[in-house]
Each structure stands twice: as C-alpha cells, then as structure tokens.
Design a protein around this ligand. Structure first.
Ligand SMILES: [Zn+2]
Length: 215
C-alpha cells in the first residue's frame, strides 16, 4: 500500500473522532499531508467510517486535488483541506466536522467563542466563516481567510468547523477543544452564568504554549 503512514494516521484519527462523537455517520472528514511527496491522504466520500481500512483512504494531489489512489472517491471537501495546507506550510493535518455545538456557535447572535478552561485558550480567537456552498472553492478561500496566519480553528456558518495543526495530534486536539469550548459557552450562556477566562490569563496561557511549542 502506498503512503501507508499518512493513511494509517487518517484512519486512526477518523475512528477516534467517531468514538468521541465528533463525527457521526459519514459526515466530516480528515486529511494529512505526506512529508516527502506533494500528496494528501483524505477520508473518502459517503462511506461509513466504522469498518474502514487504511487502503480505502483516498490519496489526492496536494496542488490539483486530482484523485491518485484508493477505491473510493475522495471527500467532496477536498478543496477546503488542500486550500488550508497550501496556504499554511506549518499545517500538515486538517479536521472538518459538523459538530453540533461548533455549528451553533457559528450563528451570528451566539457571540464570539471564548476560552473557559486553560486548554481552550490555545484555540482563540476562533474565526467565523460566512456561509457558502459546501465543497466549493469559495468556502475553501473563506476558511483560509478566517484562519489567517496562525489560526487553529474556525467555525463555518450553517455547516460546522475546520481545525488544523502541525501534526494529526495537534489538529485533533483543536477539534476536541473547539467542540468543548462551544459546548461550555452554550450551556453557560443558556444558564445565564457565562464567565470566560480573564483576557490576561488567556494571553499568559498562549505565551506559555507558544514557548513550549518552540522548543
Ligand atoms: Zn462538511
């Protein structure tokens, strides 16, 4: 099997995401760039992830999105994953879900997502991507804009969210904490007790994380 390493990492991540309830059925997709060749492993379209095997993960060209290997058509969200990887050389892995709380948090009147616990601080500010048709180049461009140079997570209106990281562990961690942050914000706002972490504490956490990651 070609590109066994990235295929295995995508498979492991998608099974984990299903297990954690971040992804239901065939919704959402995960991608990982190869460290030598300009190719990306990505989950296929419309196939249940529960019994998937590594050879069923699709391989596409990093620049053109051309389907190079694998028995099933790559996810229709290929443009979004590739656009982020091509715009951000620091990104090797991307996670896209239709997580319920991230989707609610993308709605205009929800207000900006705020970190409530220390691990969430790494992922703010969370950009909001305006609605455009899924799978389009337009949504891909808007996700890249909203992520900017350093962003790790954005929510997409009437669709879900997109996270990225320097490796699969980092991208998955962004996906977990974004959904957790959206959920905490949602319930705290619903109860009328919302108290985000103080801005200075968020800035301190971010400085600590950046120093740690630079080592
Ligand atoms: Zn989607």
């Amino acid at each position: 099997m070609k590109y066994e390493n990235i295929r295995n990492q995508v498979l492991e991540a998608i099974l984990q995401a299903v297990d954690m309830g971040l992804i239901h059925g065939t919704s959402g997709n995960i991608a990982m760039k190869d460290d030598k060749d300009p190719v990306v492993a990505i989950t296929p379209s419309g196939i249940s992830y529960a019994h998937m095997t590594a050879d069923q993960i699709a391989i596409v060209d990093l620049k053109t999105g051309e389907w190079l290997d694998g028995p099933f058509k790559p996810s229709s969200e290929v443009p979004m994953h590739l656009a982020v990887m091509n715009a951000r050389p620091d990104v090797t892995a991307t996670v896209h879900t239709h997580g319920m709380f991230a989707t609610i948090a993308a709605m205009e009147k929800f207000g900006e997502l705020k970190a409530v616990t220390p691990p969430q601080a790494e992922f703010v500010p969370v950009g909001i991507v305006p609605f455009t048709m899924p799978g389009s180049n337009e949504v891909a461009e808007k996700v890249v804009d909203a992520l900017g140079e350093n962003g790790k997570a954005v929510v997409i209106k009437n669709h879900g969210m997109m996270c990225c990281g320097k490796n699969m562990k980092a991208a998955m961690s962004a996906a977990v904490y974004l959904e957790e942050m959206a959920q905490t914000n949602y319930y705290a706002k619903l109860l009328g007790v919302f108290e985000p972490m103080p801005e200075e504490a968020v800035a301190k956490m971010q400085a600590l994380i950046a120093a740690d990651q630079a080592v």
